[in-house]
Each structure stands twice: as structure tokens, then as C-alpha cells.
Design a protein around this ligand. Sequence first.
Ligand SMILES: [Zn+2]
Length: 410
Amino acid sequence: MSVHIPSTNQGRTINFPQRQRALINGFCRVTKYRPCRVCKKPDWCGYTADEQTSICMRISNGSKGTSRNGGNIFHHNRLFLVGNPGIVRNQVLPPIEIAPIEVRNAVYQELIRLSPAVKYYSQLIDGPNGLLSRGLRESDAQNYGALPRTHKERAGLAHTLSKFLKVRIPEYVGRSTHAAIIGVPGFCQDELGNLQLWSRDYNMPLLVIPYRDTQGRIQACQLRLHRNDFRPGEKKYRWLACPFPFRGASSSTPIHFTFKPADLPQVKTVIITEGALKAETLVSLRPKARVIATSGVSCSHAEIVEAARSYNALIAFDADYKTNPAVARQLARLIATREQDIAAHHLETTTRIVTWQRYKGIDDALLANSTLEIMTILQWYSALGDRVLAEVKRVWDVANYRPWISLVKK
Ligand SMILES: [Zn+2]
């Protein structure tokens, strides 16, 4: 059988039935015509366009490391090359558009309802690193979901949620050519139409942490991997978004609100921290706290500044900045951006920094009844160690932010 694939100026003929390869970030997905060289399966795995590297989602034995999406990296030598790499033209498919917030919220709510964290009580709730040990209340636990550890179980969940979406929001489903649910970050679909939710097999179920918007709707979710499921240096928290080489929407890096700003009269104080789970733990330990969280100290500064603009802010980032200049730089950048935004908007809102001793996160410090100290920006700056202080000063100089001058003027 012969397939004719038109290219820019000439036709090319290949001698076996082969679909056009979908190239995402330089990676192709395996198909039944070009299965994975490692596990021999026709789905979930990927390979580089030059056929030199495979990313197998199933087999880790003998791999050279883990890819960003959690797949296992295998390098092949040239003798391993088969097929007709020179004659297949790569086709770059357009990115999948992210589903509207109403669709994402409905699907993620249903995901948490169908697969709640409490289903894995001993692993995710009352175990050594469970939600209760962090300081969350039993009643908070129902706000979290869990992804089953096997990709087979998750495929079943993806299928059920796709059917749910068709019934719940038929007008959205009717619009798309692919399975509509893949517009919801975390869901993907292979060439054969099989749906999946996240990737590969794990040793333990994964905690699903919702990131809620100003109206309490779930915009995106993060996953927390069990410590047996990531290697040193790898990230414990990942955005639930379809990893390459599969097709799916990106989650971006939204911020999380523990409250609805419309309900909170202006000129009250909000706490800014990193990580939705930490933010919720803070509220659990201090129920009057109103918290906004970024997914990390370097992420979403503009969104945080805008969200906290009308409030006094208590910045409570992890204590790593005390020893790590790179982290301090990000924190200094956020402070300068916020202060310059306040000046530009002629606001009177204040910015203070919360510090504590010994513990990394404010939730750990609170849980241990450690004393929290609230500092002005200059007090915080003066208390920094030399190396970190030099870094902060450098960032502020570049940003043309000079808190010591505004202090003199007042
Ligand atoms: Zn494979």
C-alpha cells in the first residue's frame, strides 16, 4: 500500500501506511505504525524527530534519566535506526486551546468528587505526609482529589469525565473536532482517540490540589507526587497538564485565592505565600487569614501584584531566601514590583514581610508555634546576610527601586 503525502513543492511517496507525525516540542508520539522502541506499545510514549531518543512512559529500567513529563529517557545509537526517517514530513499541529473556566471548573470538581483524596486515606490523609499532618482539618480534606497511580485507571477516569462533560456542557463539546475534554489541562488523546489523564505509572496515588480563582472556581490543579515517585532534584509539585509528546492544553501558572475578594472589604490585609496547599493550611491554622498563593517564588508576579493591589500585604515566602541569593532575587523583584505599582496607583497600602526562625514554610512555623515577626521592607533588608543583601540591593538598583530614599522623604 502506498500513501501520498503532499509537501510544499513535491509529492512524496512512502511504502507503508504511516500517519503524519505530530511534532510537539521536537518530539513525536508513537503510533501503532511506529510503536515505542522500549516497551513496543503504540501509545503514550514518544521519540525525537531524529529517532535518536525515546521517551518511554512505562519502562524505567536502563533509562538515562527522567524527562520533564516524567517519562524515561533512552538514547539509541545510529545502528538502531529503522523506518524511513528522511521521507516523513513533520507536521506541527496547532496547540490545543484551553477550555473556558466554567468547563475546567466543572470537570475538576467532578474529578475531585469521583476520585477524592479521602479514597486513599492512609496514603494522602492521615499518613506521615498526609494532609492532617500538615495542619489541615479533616473537613478540608474533601477539597482535594487524587489521581490513581496506574495510567489504566486514569484512562478510565478520563473516559468517565469526558462523558460527564458531554452531558453537562454539550454546547462546548459540540464545538471541537478532537475530544473536547483535552482542552482541560491534564487530559490528552492519542491518534487512536484514546483518552488519558496525566502520564505513566506511579508507586503511589497523586494528590490533586486545586488552584481557585477570585470566585472560588478551579482554574487548574497541581499534583503532589509521593516521595517514592520522584528522584532527588526533581519537582514534587507539578501542574496537571498534558505532558509532551501528547496533545493537550497548557495549564499556565494561575494564582490561588483562599477567599473571594468581592466578599472582603478593601483595605484589609492579605497574606501572599507560595503554593495553594500551604495557603489553605495557613487558613486552617489561622481561620481569619486571607491568602493568595503563587505556585512558586518566581511565578506570576504581575498577577499577584494586581490581585493584592487594594490590600495591605504580608509577604510570607519560604525561608530559602535567607541562604539562596537566587530565591532572594525573586522575592526582591516581587517587593519592588509591588511597591512601584502602589506608587503608580497613588495607594496607601502597606507591604510587610513575615519572618520566622528554623522552619522553611510559614505553615510549618505556625504548626510548631514558632514566633512570627512582621517586618517593614527596610527592617527585612537590614536583617539579611551579606551575600543575600548584596543580591537584593543589585535587583533593586536595576529596578530603580530605593526604599531607603522614600523613607528619608517621609
Ligand atoms: Zn514505551
